[in-house]
Design a protein around this ligand. Structure first.
Ligand SMILES: Nc1ncnc2c1ncn2[C@@H]1O[C@H](COP(=O)(O)OP(=O)(O)OP(=O)(O)O)[C@@H](O)[C@H]1O
Ligand SMILES: [Mg+2]
Length: 635
């Protein structure tokens, strides 16, 4: 108690000194505050600077102005601003107090004591006053601390990199930080009291309102929404809304919006890039297959599915050996030369039974850290290329053979003609009955045979270009049949002809075509030494059905849309698979008296007709040759 008052300065204005007396009665000397007494109000106010009073106590009447005027001067005068907060009390009779009490208390007067002054009461009053004053000070410094931290907090909010906002319970803005302004270009004050949902782009507004509704039920929400800047540019925000709860009721919402426009743009770019890559891979005709380190298939594009004749569901997650033979897989994945791109060519038998040639390129797949994570296998169906290659080789062989054959034929033809005419001249020298004429006749027969052989050579070496016109296949076949019917009869061969009704005419040279069928039928007869059946069938096919027609340019002026497929099938000895490739080669023969030219001539003629020929044979069961010919211009 001593400390509470003894250090205080009390300024007293009392012309009669009654307060001074009362104070000295109220406090023992040691406890007594330091007293600065004045008799004039004006001079007291003039000394404030020197005294720095903690409390002012004045009687109503002073030598000059009233105690009331002193108080009003303290409250209102600008020069006394610094002293405005010094607590002040008045001492007077009841009358003045009743008259001005309310007004002065409203302005902050602390107390008003009635005369006569009682020292006890004065003591109580002063002690109370200083106690409450001390508490008041303490609380005001506390308040200042709170204010300061609030400023720091505000500072943080204002300069945050995210948009921070507060909504009232109606969902209207009550606070927006600076970031809002810099991000959207809108004036933040203009948005205060505006509906928050109106800031959100119309496309996301429903979501925004729904989210706000949930937050009003006390749950925090995070969602993405588009807003438009003042310039009309879209900005994507990740918005988190948190309820402000007071006494179990949501009284507002704190929102934080993070600008994710760039992130969105990158996400979109990545998705687009992914789609772009995928669409390229999917639209490729070539096959693309990937496997992981365990050899399981992780992807197969559409091109690959087409080539292999497999559906994606049949292969994903399965080992590569479910698509290829284990030996094929081993060959494909082996990398002895440590080559980053390994090329392989393989013949595969597909599930459908079809045989295809595939060209593979195999390369390792790495992740960003250069760890191997699998293998990429790209492949192409090169069956047609392989066929064309074989065809080119065959044509090349035929052509060089042709040159050779015509050279030899020429060299032999003249000496042969000489031998023949000399033999004939000799023959005329001899008597009719001379037995030596028989020798000459043999010479001439052998020369004739050689001559015949040479003609075949010539036909092969210098084939005439076909004179193509529309002809009925049945007419051509009839001519051929007449030539071979006898032989078939002798060999106990049954002849069957299955020609589709309304078969279109074929665009061919009839002489050459007769030669084709003659050769095929003679071969068939040779293949059935103990009889059998020879079947000739013909049907119309469209180019897409045939699938085999690989002639790149049909003869000028013609446009072939449809084709006739003719097959010549026998039930003979068949051809072993290893021979199938070479039967069209000139001079390949398995017959003691064969020349091995029949099929190569057939091949040439079909070639010149822009047709195609292939063979299927089963040893011990029979052989079928298939020919495709363009149909004629008219039916
Ligand atoms: N229908 C067939 N059945 C079995 N093998 C055949 C058949 N057609 C052809 N061949 C085989 O193909 C070979 C070549 O036939 P190609 O017609 O070219 O010659 P060739 O018949 O031997 O002699 P030629 O020159 O007299 O025709 C034959 O020797 C035979 O081995
Ligand atoms: Mg033959």
């Amino acid at each position: 108690m001593k400390d509470l008052l003894s250090k205080k300065h009390i300024l007293i204005i009392n012309p009669e000194h009654e307060i001074e007396q009362s104070l000295s009665l109220a406090f023992p000397e040691l406890e007594r505050p330091k007293i600065f007494a004045f008799t004039s109000g004006r001079s007291a106010l003039a000394q404030l600077d020197h005294i720095h009073p903690d409390f002012i106590l004045s009687t109503y009447a002073t030598e000059d102005i009233t105690g009331k005027d002193v108080f009003l001067a303290l409250v209102k005068e600008r020069t006394l601003k610094a002293y405005r907060h010094i607590p002040m009390g008045l001492v007077s009779e009841e009358k003045e107090r009743n008259q001005y009490g309310k007004l002065l208390f409203d302005l902050g007067l602390r107390f008003w004591m009635s005369t006569p002054l009682k020292p006890d009461v004065l003591r109580e009053l002063l002690i109370n006053l200083f106690l409450t004053e001390g508490l008041y000070r303490q609380s005001s410094t506390l308040q200042q601390e709170v204010k300061k931290s609030e400023y720091r907090f505000r500072d943080l909010l204002e300069n945050a990199n995210d948009v921070v906002f507060i909504l009232d319970e109606m969902g209207n803005f009550v606070y927006l930080n600076n970031r809002f302004q810099s991000l959207t270009g809108f004036d933040k004050d203009a948005w205060i009291e505006k509906r928050w949902a109106d800031l959100v782009d119309i496309s996301d507004r429903e979501l925004a309102l729904e989210s706000l509704e949930m937050v009003h039920h006390g749950r925090a929400r995070i969602f993405e929404a588009k807003i438009q800047t003042k310039q009309g540019e879209p900005v994507f925000l990740s918005i988190s809304l948190t309820p402000i709860v007071e006494k179990d009721a949501v009284i507002g919402v704190i929102g934080i919006g993070r600008d994710i426009t760039e992130q969105k743009r990158m996400e979109k770019e990545i998705v687009e890039l992914k789609n772009f890559n995928e669409s390229i891979i999917e639209s490729m005709e070539a096959g693309l297959l990937t496997i992981d380190l365990e050899g399981r298939i992780t992807s197969l594009n559409r091109g690959g599915q087409n080539i292999l004749g497999l559906k994606i569901d049949e292969v994903i997650g399965k080992p590569l050996t479910s698509v290829l033979q284990p030996s094929e897989v081993e060959e494909l994945l082996s990398n002895k030369s440590n080559n980053p791109f390994r090329k392989r060519e393989m013949q595969l038998s597909l599930k459908s039974g079809k045989k295809v040639s595939i060209g593979f390129t195999v390369t390792d797949r790495f992740d960003n850290q250069r760890n191997k994570v699998g293998t990429i296998i790209s492949f192409r169906d090169i069956t047609e290329i392989k066929q064309m290659e074989a065809q080119l080789i065959r044509m090349d062989r035929l052509a060089s053979l042709g040159v050779l054959a015509s050279g030899i034929a020429h060299e032999i033809k003249n000496p042969l003609a000489g031998i023949k005419s000399l033999a004939q001249a000799c023959d005329e020298e001899f008597e009719n009955t001379d037995p030596r004429r028989e020798y000459l006749a043999r010479i001439i027969r052998q020369v004739n045979r050689l001559d015949e052989l040479l003609r075949t050579f010539f036909a092969f070496a210098k084939p005439k270009p076909p004179d193509m016109k529309p002809h009925r296949l049945t007419d051509i076949l009839r001519e051929v049949y007449n030539l071979v019917s006898k032989r078939m009869e002798m060999n106990k061969i049954q002849y069957v002809q299955q020609i589709e009704r309304d078969l279109p005419s074929v665009h061919v040279d009839p002489q050459q075509m007769q030669q084709v069928f003659l050769n095929l039928i003679l071969n068939a007869i040779d293949a059935m030494p103990s009889g059998g059946t020879l079947t000739i069938s013909a049907r119309k096919v469209s180019s897409s059905m045939s699938g085999i027609i690989r002639k790149l340019s049909p003869p000028q002026g013609s446009s072939f849309h449809s084709f006739v497929e003719v097959s010549v099938a026998d039930t003979g000895i068949g051809i072993s698979p290893d021979k199938l490739e070479i039967i069209f080669d000139p001079f390949f023969t398995t017959k003691p008296n064969g020349l091995g030219l029949g099929l190569s001539i057939v091949y040439r003629i079909i070639e010149a007709h822009c047709g195609d020929i292939w063979v299927k044979s089963y040893p011990g069961q029979g052989t079928a040759f298939y020919i495709v010919l363009p149909t004629g211009a008219e039916k």
